[in-house]
Design a protein around this ligand. Structure first.
Ligand code: SF4
Ligand code: SF4
Length: 345
């Protein structure tokens, strides 16, 4: 399919036109931040943002998700039988996610959909999602996506990519899912050569604006035990208050805990996001906790992203350089410094 040009007004109307057949999620301004919300009369899209505070991963891996329900009513023939909870799985479109967040979904997918294990809830979420990215014209000072396999206009994991050309969006389809979505969209016209040139220039200039870089080239070759026992972990962890902000904001953190909630004779089995920063995260039923100290938990977070994931999946780091943890950590712990320390050990 040819690249297209939509005026911003036309694009908003086009999204409205998809609402009957798709659940459309867009960036919406909420107080000082942007968040993804379902397009509606109240939730109007606002594409003038740097990035959302929370990544869109919750649209595929919800913060709290009902997996099963069951009855404890002994009179019922179905007592104590787990039944899969019904869940909305009609097609959804995430519009305006940043390329780093699209890449993050690909990294998490390696964990949830691989030859050893296919998580049915995750897989259904991925299958029902079309990702329409929005390139970053003005990356934040804390972004380092070009060091971690991405870039401000990176196409990995996206079905469509939008380039913000001021009054217009330049719209490029990147996959069969993207083609099929754009075929349903009303409006727009074929982009001419000058629009394509403008889009290419925008992408090159955004890449130049990424001044924050981290080294990753030595991580794969490092000895895991040497890194685990490195002398810098106490200092890295010193000021951490184990609030969990970094893990909840991170688009590549996927840990969850499964819990039952019972009300009367009805029960739900839920999975909820968890965080390796919390003392209960690895608390064993025996009472033993292999990560009872803060330094052990902080080390786990960084070792997972910079070393365990790299070694297990023989791929890059489990960080897309979105900079959220750098921006929002209340005590200014900066993963870019940990990259320097670990890579240079
Ligand atoms: S956000 Fe900062 S203080 Fe909070 S758990 Fe993460 S590293 Fe620690
Ligand atoms: S570790 Fe920090 S910079 Fe890396 S993907 Fe997670 S939130 Fe973004």
């Amino acid at each position: 399919m040819d690249d297209k040009i939509f005026s911003k007004e036309e694009w908003e109307k086009a999204l409205e036109g998809l609402k009957d057949s798709h659940r459309i999620f867009v960036p919406v301004k909420e107080g000082d931040y942007h968040t993804f919300a379902r397009l509606s009369e109240e939730n109007r899209p606002d594409f003038d943002f740097q990035n959302t505070r929370l990544s869109p991963k919750s649209l595929i891996l919800p913060q709290s998700e009902r997996m099963f329900d069951y009855s404890l009513d002994e009179k019922s023939e179905e007592a104590h039988i787990l039944k899969e909870a019904t869940k909305e799985s009609s097609p959804q479109v995430i519009v305006g996610l940043r390329p780093c967040d699209a890449l993050a979904i690909q990294l998490v997918n390696i964990n949830f959909d691989n030859p050893e294990y296919r998580d049915p809830w995750w897989v259904r979420g991925i299958e029902s999602t079309t990702s329409v990215g929005l390139g970053c014209n003005e990356p934040c000072a804390t972004c380092f996506c070009s060091s971690t396999g991405g870039g401000p206009f990176n196409e990995k994991g996206l079905d469509v990519l939008l380039y913000d050309l001021g009054d217009n969006f330049f719209v490029r389809s990147l996959s069969p899912k993207g083609e099929s979505l754009l075929e349903k969209v009303q409006g727009g016209k074929s982009a001419d050569g000058s629009a394509k040139e403008e889009a290419e220039k925008l992408s090159a200039s955004a890449l130049e604006k990424i001044t924050s870089k981290v080294p990753t080239d030595q991580l794969r070759g490092k000895n895991v035990n040497a890194l685990f026992d490195a002398p810098f972990w106490d200092e890295v962890a010193f000021s951490c208050i184990n609030c969990g902000t970094c893990t909840y904001l991170c688009p590549t953190c996927w840990c969850f805990d499964i819990q039952d909630e019972v009300l009367g004779k009805e029960g739900d089995r839920l999975r909820n996001w968890d965080s390796c920063m919390f003392p209960l995260f690895t608390y064993h039923g025996s009472g033993h906790n292999p990560r009872e100290k803060k330094v052990q938990r902080v080390r786990q977070r960084f070792m997972h992203k910079l070393k365990y994931y790299v070694d297990k999946y023989e791929t890059g780091v489990a960080c897309v350089g979105c900079g959220r943890c750098v921006q929002h950590c209340p005590v200014n712990i900066d993963i870019r410094e940990v990259f320097e320390l670990a890579n240079g050990l």
